[in-house]
Design a protein around this ligand. Structure first.
Ligand SMILES: Nc1ncnc2c1ncn2[C@@H]1O[C@H](COP(=O)(O)OP(=O)(O)OP(=O)(O)O)[C@@H](O)[C@H]1O
Length: 289
């Protein structure tokens, strides 16, 4: 087993009551493996821990949490020699699911004992790196309200999505993709590095982490009938065939909005903006899964 640092977000996901350090110790302690476990103490802490773990010669730095924790660990590891591992402990686990990391803890730990090393692309929206998806519009609006909901989990997420759906209105935007400018309304504009938001909600089922491209999904309006079709098609993984969304493949993109729109990066609401610049860093991160 390569020298490994586990970074645990004790606030992530539904299984907060598990004694995760004890479970990792039980699995790796018996193998005389070279590993250590560090707990995050605040949002953003995993970026610092990951960077110093890489500097101390850890070959693998493992995000134990959801996509927010993965984002922090990934950011910390950019430009270092260490690879990112994932033990999925979040609510959605979008990147872990895309990479087919086992969701069951023992199986995820077993994989990390002898990982396969590869590299993946990293997207950047308005200076913020993302590993799974970033976007503007309704998905970011839901992230914003979900963060303020007071509780987490799928049930809260669905409740927030439904109540905000009744209120949300699209914003006119100008979008520059592959050198072509178009004027459209933006209900959702998603830039997908990986195929799903998490929980097997496939916003861009054809996205490939290693093709140097972002799959862009544009939904200009979402009346009730189309909302049903989009939800079903996302669950079935056939949104591109459903004609309810338009798709593009890009290395970069630019969006100018008529009014401030909320945006998210890997499911975390980042704020509102009227200008968005999206870029790609091909194969910028090493992964061990
Ligand atoms: N010790 C901590 N205290 C409070 N917040 C933390 C701490 N450590 C990390 N965080 C924050 O917790 C947030 C949620 O974590 P994460 O996204 O990993 O879990 P999740 O939301 O349950 O999973 P998913 O994103 O897969 O749905 C992250 O944005 C992260 O910045």
């Amino acid at each position: 087993m390569p020298k490994t640092c586990f970074i645990l977000n004790p606030m992530a996901g539904p299984s907060r009551r598990l004694d995760m350090p004890a479970l990792i110790d039980r699995y790796f302690g018996a193998r005389e493996a070279d590993y250590e476990i560090r707990l995050t103490e605040y949002a953003g802490h995993a970026v610092e821990i990951a960077r110093s773990a890489a500097g101390e010669g850890h070959k693998v730095v493992v995000a134990v949490g959801g996509d927010g924790t993965v984002n922090e660990v990934g950011r910390g590891l950019l430009g270092t020699a260490a690879a990112m591992g994932i033990v999925p402990q979040g609510s959605g686990n979008g990147l872990a699911r895309h990479l087919k990391v086992p969701l069951a803890l023992p199986a995820a730990l077993r994989r990390l004992a002898a990982p396969t090393f590869s590299r993946m692309d990293v997207g950047v929206m308005n200076g913020h790196p993302f590993f799974c998806t970033a976007g503007l519009g309704f998905d970011a609006h839901v992230s914003q309200h979900f963060a303020q909901a007071g509780s987490r989990g799928l049930a809260t997420y669905l409740r927030v999505t439904l109540s905000e759906y009744r209120r949300y209105r699209p914003t006119p935007v100008r979008v520059l993709l592959n050198g072509e400018e178009r004027a459209t309304d933006c209900y959702v504009l998603a830039f997908a590095n990986a195929s799903q938001y998490g929980n097997n909600a496939y916003i861009a089922p054809r996205a490939d982490l290693r093709d140097g491209l972002l799959d862009v999904c544009l939904i200009d309006a979402l009346p009730v009938g189309r909302a049903f079709r989009v939800s079903l098609a996302m669950a079935l993984g056939n949104l591109p065939q459903s004609k309810a969304a338009e798709y593009f493949r890009v290395t970069e993109g630019r969006v100018m909005a008529a009014a401030p729109i909320g945006f998210h990066v890997d499911g975390d609401y980042m704020g509102h903006a009227t200008e968005f610049n999206v870029e790609m860093m091909p194969l910028a991160l090493a992964v061990a899964v």
